[in-house]
Design a protein around this ligand. Structure first.
Ligand code: CMC
Length: 428
C-alpha cells in the first residue's frame, strides 16, 4: 500500500521514526506501525480500541454515523431487497450474483446440507442438558475430521468447498443441537425448502406432523441472518483470523469463532437480554431495574455497542421486523413484549442512556423476535453463530488468499516479576 502522507514520532531520547499514514476507501486514516519494532518499541492498545488488525474489503462500519455496508451495499437495502444466500454469495465472492450464478449457488448449498451420518454420533457424547453452544463448538470443530481430502488451505478449490460445506451444514448441526437437547429425533434437511425455511423445518418439524413455515416468520429470520452475517473485525471474527493465521483448517477456525461468540458481551447478548426481561418480570419493575443500571449494579443487556455510538442500523431494521412479528402473532399485549417495549422507551428517553449514547442494539430486538418465533432462549446465540458463519469464512478466506499473510503474534507490556533465583522449598 502506497502512502504519500507521513507522521513523525519523536521519542524523548531523540530517536525518531516516520510512520506512513494510510487511507482506506472509506473510514478514518490509520498509522502504519510496521516499522516500530525496528526501534525496539511496541504499541500498547489493550482491547484494540485504536488498532486496525488487518486491511479488508468485506464490511465497512461507521459507528458514529450508524452505517454498515457489506461489500459497499448498505445493510438496510440488503435486508429489504435481498435474501440470505445472495448476501452469502456477495460476502464470499465480492459481487452480487447474476440469476444463473444465484441459482447455481443455491443448488450447491442446498445439496450439501446433509451431514455425514457418523457425525450424528458425536451428539450422544454430550449430556442432554448441555448448552447448545457447547455442543456447537465441539461438533462444528469435529467437521475437520471428515474432510481430510480438502483441507489444503493454500488450494483455492479446497477453500471454496470448505466454505460451501460450512455454510450448508452449520444450520443442520444447529437444529440437531436443539433436537438433541429436547429429546426429539433429528430431522433431515429437505431440498424443496429455502435455506431459512429448511432451518425452521429442521428445528420445528417432527416425524409425526407436517410442518408449513409461516412466511412472515421466515422473512423475519431471514433478516436476522442477513443482519448478523458479518461485522468486520469483532471479537469472534478476529479470533477466526488469528486461529487461521497459523494455518489451522477452516472448521477448527470457525469452532474457535463460535467459542468467542458465546460470551455475553458478544453473541450471548441476545440470550442475556431475554433472561434480563424474564428477571424483570413486570412492567411495574422497569423503573427500579433501570435505577439499578444507573447505580452501576448491572448492565442493561442488549444495549450499547463498542463501535456504534448512534442507533445501530441493524437495530433499526430489526425493530421494524420485531413490530411486524408481534403483530402477525398477535403478541403486542404479551407481558414480556410489553415489558421490552417499556424498557426500550425508558432507555431511549433517560439522560443516563442518551448521554452515554447507549441505544438498544440488534440483539435486544432479535432476542424478542426469536422468542416470538418460538426459538428457545438457549438457541439464540446458536442462531447468531449460524448467521455469522459466512462472515467468519469470508474473512478467513480473504486472509488466506493474501499471499503475504503471516501468523498473528501480538506482543505485551510485561508487568511481572523481574529476574529472580529459584527458592528452595525449606526457605519459602
Ligand atoms: N448498560 C448500562 N450501561 C452501559 C452499558 C449497558 N449495556 N454499556 C455501556 N454502559 C456504560 C458504561 O458503564 C460506561 O459508563 P461510564 O462512562 O459511566 O463508566 C459507558 O456506558 C461506556 O461503556 P464501555 O464499557 O466503555 O463501553 P464498551 O464500548 O466497552 O462496551 C459493550 C460495549 C457492548 C460490551 C457494552 O455496551 C455492553 O456490555 N452491553 C451489553 C451487552 C450487549 O448487549 N452486547 C451486544 C453487543 S451487539 C452484538 C455484537 O455485535 O456482538
Amino acid at each position: 500500500m502506497e502512502s504519500k502522507r507521513i507522521a513523525t514520532l519523536t521519542l524523548d531520547d531523540g530517536r525518531s521514526i516516520e510512520l506512513p499514514i494510510l487511507s482506506g476507501t472509506l473510514g478514518p486514516d490509520v498509522l502504519d506501525l510496521h516499522n516500530l519494532a525496528k526501534l525496539g518499541l511496541f504499541t500498547y492498545d489493550p482491547a484494540f480500541f485504536s488498532t486496525a488488525s488487518c486491511s479488508s474489503k468485506i464490511t465497512f462500519i461507521d459507528g458514529d454515523a450508524g452505517l454498515l455496508y457489506y461489500r459497499g451495499y448498505p445493510i438496510e437495502q440488503l435486508a429489504q431487497k435481498s435474501d440470505f444466500l445472495e448476501v452469502c454469495y456477495l460476502l464470499l465472492n465480492g459481487e452480487l450474483p447474476d440469476a444463473a450464478q444465484k441459482e447455481e449457488f443455491r443448488s450447491l448449498i442446498t445439496h450439501h446440507t446433509m451431514v455425514h451420518d457418523q457425525l450424528a454420533r458425536f451428539f450422544n457424547g454430550f449430556r442432554r442438558d448441555a448448552h447448545p453452544m457447547a455442543v456447537m463448538v465441539g461438533v462444528v470443530g469435529a467437521l475437520s475430521a471428515f474432510y481430510h481430502d480438502s483441507l489444503d488451505i493454500n488450494n483455492s478449490g479446497h477453500r471454496e468447498i470448505s466454505a460451501h460445506r460450512l455454510l450448508a451444514k452449520v444450520p443442520t448441526i444447529a437444529a440437531m443441537t436443539h433436537k438433541y437437547n429436547i429429546g426429539e429425533p433429528f430431522v433431515y434437511p429437505k431440498n424443496k425448502f429455502s435455506y431459512v425455511e429448511n432451518f425452521m423445518y429442521m428445528m420445528f418439524a417432527t416425524p409425526a406432523e407436517d410442518y408449513v413455515p409461516n412466511p412472515v416468520l421466515v422473512r423475519a429470520l431471514e433478516r436476522i441472518f442477513i443482519l448478523h452475517a458479518d461485522h468486520e473485525q469483532n471479537a469472534s471474527t478476529s479470533t477466526v483470523r488469528l486461529a487461521g493465521s497459523s494455518g489451522a483448517n477452516p472448521f477448527a477456525c470457525v469452532a474457535s469463532g463460535i467459542a468467542a461468540l458465546w460470551g455475553p458481551a458478544h453473541g450471548g447478548a441476545n440470550e442475556a437480554a431475554l433472561k434480563m426481561l424474564e428477571e424483570i418480570g413486570d412492567v411495574a419493575r422497569v423503573k427500579d431495574y433501570v435505577q439499578g443500571v444507573k447505580d452501576k449494579k448491572y448492565k442493561l443487556m442488549g444495549f450499547g455497542h463498542r463501535v456504534y455510538k448512534n442507533m445501530d442500523p441493524r437495530a433499526s431494521v430489526m425493530r421494524q421486523t420485531c413490530y411486524e412479528v408481534l403483530k402477525e402473532l398477535d403478541l403486542a399485549n404479551n407481558k414480556l413484549f410489553e415489558l421490552a417495549m417499556e424498557l426500550e422507551k425508558t432507555a431511549l428517553s433517560d439522560p443516563y442512556f442518551i448521554e452515554r449514547k447507549l441505544y438498544p442494539n440488534v440483539d435486544f430486538y432479535s432476542g424478542i423476535v426469536l422468542r416470538a418465533i418460538g426459538i428457545p432462549t438457549n438457541m439464540f446465540t446458536v442462531i447468531f453463530a449460524l448467521a455469522r458463519t459466512i462472515g467468519w469464512v469470508s474473512q478467513w478466506n480473504e486472509m488466506i488468499a493474501d499471499a503475504d499473510h503471516k501468523i498473528g503474534r501480538p506482543r505485551q507490556l510485561y508487568m511481572g516479576e523481574t529476574k529472580r533465583d529459584y527458592v528452595p522449598m525449606e526457605k519459602r
